[in-house]
Design a protein around this ligand. Sequence first.
Ligand code: NDP
Length: 209
Amino acid sequence: DMLPVELTLVLAATRSMGIGRAGTLPWTGLKKEMAYFARVTKRLPSDAHPQALNAVIMGRKTWDSIPPKFRPLKGRLNIVISRSHPDAAPAEGIDYAAEPVKVSSLEKAMEYVSSSASDKVARVFIIGGAQIYGAALQLKEAKRILLTKVISDFECDAFFPLKLFESQGDAIWVKKPKEEFDAWTGEEVPDGIQEENGTEYEFQMWEKI
Ligand code: NDP
């Protein structure tokens, strides 16, 4: 049986929506921002099965950008998309702590989380990079964006393919108030401009109407 999957995109982007440079992040040293990413992508919603896991779906280049000792990302089902992965559905009984699930498309990733592993998967996050965000934004299932807006400027060569501005006229995506942001993440998200190592940023949550 296929269950509906709701996708939440998670990213940090500059004001020009820059997300990457030379295969890695444009900035370094955002330790609290990375800790926020880890907490929010791990935390189960209150109605989840206690043995459930959230899933993080990423492109092969983003997987490659994670230092080997930090992957798979702990406490989450990691799914990696590559054209060189087999088209057949991945076998069940994979040890998610030891290895990622390998799929050949975003659609196969969604099939995986909504079928065989459905009772084990709670929230589904798209964690990059630019190509996979682009594919996810085409889907009706893409409901929410957790955006860390980096205010300081950095040179980038990878960009999120959608501009999110608070004053935008074409309001398909709407920035949600703090109460809804806190309720969805299950934590008190720091409000206003944050600063780490001279880099300024702000936590935001956007939803599609
Ligand atoms: P991606 O991480 O999106 O991976 C791209 C790869 O995914 C492709 O080379 C291909 O793998 C596979 N792929 C893409 N589309 C498809 C498809 N339709 N079907 C099957 N496989 C597909 O790479 P990007 O270069 O776009 O982004 C990486 C950059 O983004 C890095 O600089 C990284 O640091 C940054 N990043 C930034 C984030 C942030 O929040 N700031 C978050 C995540 C990443 P293959 O070549 O193996 O076939």
